[in-house]
Design a protein around this ligand. Sequence first.
Ligand code: A2P
Length: 268
Amino acid sequence: GGRTRVLSDGNRIPVLGLGVWQVPNGPDCVNAVRWALEVGYRHIDTAQAYGNEESVGQALRESEVPRDEVFLTTKFHPRGDDPVEQARRSLRRLGVDQVDLYVIHWPAGGPTWAWSGMERTRELGLARSIGVSNFSAAEVDSVVAASTVPPALNQVMFNPWHRRTRLVEACDRHGVAVEAYSPLGTGRYLDDPTVAEIAQRIARTPAQVLLRWAAQHGLVVIPKSTHRDRIAQNAQIFDFVLSAADMGVLDGLDQTSGTDQAQEHKWW
Ligand code: A2P
C-alpha cells in the first residue's frame, strides 16, 4: 500500500503522478501541471520528446511548491547523443538543478548503449534515479547485466488489457519498479462495461477503478489529463480498496498475460 514506493536505490517515488504526453508546450500544459500540484500531486512525468519541459518548469515555479517536494521525471530521447549533454539541456528547460528520475525513453540502438551515460548523469548529480522505458524482459536483463547501477524503474504501457505479467515478473526479479503509462488506455477503456459495472457498484469513476487496479498491483501510475476536475478525480485512489474479486475480474481482461514485451509493436 501507501502513497510512495521505495526504489532499489533508496529514493522514494509517489505512486501517483501526472503524465503530460501529447500536451503541447504552452498554457494547457502549464495549467495541467499547476492544477495537479494544487490538488496534491507531487510527481510529474515529462520527456524531451514531448517538447513541453519549459511549461512543466514554469508551472512548478508558479506553484510555489518547494522543489524538493515534487518528484520530477524526464526521459532521454535516444538519438545517438550523449545522455549527460541532453540531461543538461532538459535541466535548463525545466529550470531545475536536478531531476528525480531520468529514463531512456525507448531502447533505440539496443538496450545498453546509452546506459553508461545514464549512470554518468546520476554520478554528476543531474538525476537522483535512473531507469528505462518501453524495455522488454530481455532488454531489462541486458541492461541490468551491463550495469554498475541497475535501472530503478521501467515505464511501460500497463492497464487491464495490457498486463504483461512476464515482463512485470522479470522486473520484480531484478528489483526494477514498474510504472504504468496509458493506465486508462489513453482514455479508450473508460467506457468499458466491465469497468463501468465495478465503478457504479462501488460509487467510483471508471478512471479511479483503473488507476486503483494498477496501484493495487504495486505499480506507479501516471494518468494524463488537461482537465482540472479529472486531474482531481484521478488523485482520489487512496481512500478505497478493490476487492480480490473485482481485481480478479479486471485481471481477466488481459490480452498480454504471456508476454514479456513492453509493447505489442515497436514503433521506433
Ligand atoms: P483529457 O486530457 O482531455 O482529460 P492515459 O492516462 O491512459 O493516457 O489516458 C489519458 C486520456 O484519458 C486523455 O484523453 C484524457 O483526456 C482522458 N482522461 C483522463 N482522466 C480522465 C477521467 N477521469 N475521466 C475521463 N477521461 C479522462
